[in-house]
Design a protein around this ligand. Structure first.
Ligand code: NAD
Length: 390
């Protein structure tokens, strides 16, 4: 079939196998060019390994850090008439490239929130690497089934307390408009914490620890977003922020149990991923931020951020913030970047968007997540969506 992007709001329901593979290879090329990372942990697990920050973590650990990795992600496989998720193609492209440099990656596809997946994971670690030195938790999911009760929690990306009037962007039409977002109920807020907070992270560490697969000196990282005051009404002061505060609390509990550097929350910058495209205000903020950061020579995507994390922030004596987090959002939140984003914000309208922000760049990054718009790929070619390209 001829595979084209089919975009519905903030999701794309198709993915291109060759485009996804090219995307993975581009990230590998970037990391390889930066040189090796001597002190990288050598047995690394990544939960949420197939796209965004998780995929970047797996690539950096493997191709610059020389690590063996085990990854977990949730995918829909392809059929004769339907493409898979982008992550399914990415996982396979990653494995092919990792084997070329002599690694033996293990990838498990299924629900990481379930205990069955945790058991499979433990069995795989025992059969392969024995123990793990680093676990990166990079999951972003809309729902989670509670493994004890079977209850399904659905996250809601909403403010807390009062309604919020905020400027937003329709990324399909380019229209900038004011919208009112109603606040979450207590139940919605609690469900969001159950999905995106630290419960499942703790459950993973507890079960891996009980199974004896955590190596001495084991470390775990979990990713967060704090961002600028422009996004706080929806993000940090909203349901997702409450879930992220829960991560900070869980990290503290884990440090108390496992050692003072054993668990860290890492604050990363805003980038275009499947998860972030679904958050109101983030696309508009992102289009302005990316333009400003490019103009100031500070551009970073997932791979550049995670490369900087592994290279400069994982050793002993790294700088931490007041909540004991590692910060990689320093360039996004630098006074010069934020002053310029804040100056442009009130001026943003449908008419001024082209001059003040970078919507074409945002759209192209979004399509790239699904393997579209990549140089050198022949999109007119008839492809079997089930074929994995070596
Ligand atoms: P993403 O949508 O690109 O990736 C999410 C990953 O989670 C995918 O690999 C997906 O398969 C996996 N996943 C989802 N549900 C799963 C399940 N039930 N079982 C197994 N795997 C599952 O997301 P992302 O933007 O890279 O986000 C990863 C983390 O980074 C999140 O904690 C997010 O808050 C954080 N973060 C993101 C941004 C941003 O701008 N995108 C900024 C800072 C921090």
């Amino acid at each position: 079939m001829i595979i084209e992007p089919r975009v519905r709001g903030f999701i794309c329901t198709t993915a291109h196998p060759a485009g996804c593979a090219a995307n993975v290879r581009e990230q590998i090329a970037y990391v390889t060019q930066q040189g090796t990372i001597a002190n990288c942990p050598k047995r690394v697990a990544v939960l949420g390994c197939s796209t965004g920050y998780g995929l970047a973590s797996r690539i950096v650990a493997t191709f610059a850090g020389g690590a063996e990795t085990i990854g977990v992600s949730f995918e829909r496989p392809p059929t004769e008439k339907r493409t898979s998720t982008a992550g399914w193609y990415n996982n396979r492209a990653f494995e092919i490239e990792a084997r070329k440099i002599g690694r033996s990656p293990v990838t498990l596809e299924g629900d990481a929130f379930s205990d069955a997946m945790k058991t499979d994971f433990i069995n795989s670690v025992r059969e392969t690497f024995g123990q793990i030195d680093l676990l990166v938790y990079s999951m972003a999911a809309p729902t989670r089934t509670d493994p004890d009760t079977g209850e399904i929690y659905r996250s809601a990306i909403k403010p807390l307390g009062a309604p919020v009037d905020i400027k937003t962007l329709n990324t399909e039409t380019g229209e900038v408009y004011e919208t009112t977002i109603t606040p979450a109920s207590e139940e919605e807020a609690a469900a969001t914490v159950a999905v995106m907070g630290g419960d499942d992270w703790m459950r993973w560490i507890d079960q891996l620890s009980d199974a004896g697969v955590l190596a001495p000196g084991f470390q775990t990282l979990n990713y967060t977003y704090i961002g600028s005051e422009l996004t706080w009404p929806i993000y940090w002061n909203g349901t997702l922020g409450r879930a992220k505060v829960d991560l900070d609390r869980k990290a503290e509990e884990l440090r108390a149990r496992l050692g003072k550097d054993a668990a860290r929350v890492v604050a990363l910058k805003a980038v275009v991923t499947q998860a972030s495209s679904a958050i109101p205000v983030v696309p508009l903020y992102g289009t302005v931020l990316f333009k400003v950061m490019e103009q100031l020579g500070h551009h970073e995507g997932c791979i550049e951020q995670i490369d900087r994390l592994f290279r400069t922030r994982l050793g002993p004596n790294v700088d931490l913030d007041e909540a004991q987090r590692i910060r990689l959002d320093d360039w996004e939140l630098s006074p010069e970047v934020q002053a310029e984003v804040l100056r442009r914000w009130p001026l943003l309208t449908t008419e001024t968007l082209g001059e003040l922000a970078d919507l074409p760049g945002f759209r192209s990054q979004f399509l790239r997540l699904f393997g579209f718009g990549i140089d050198g790929i022949d999109y007119a070619q008839d492809v079997d969506p089930r074929v994995v390209l070596a």
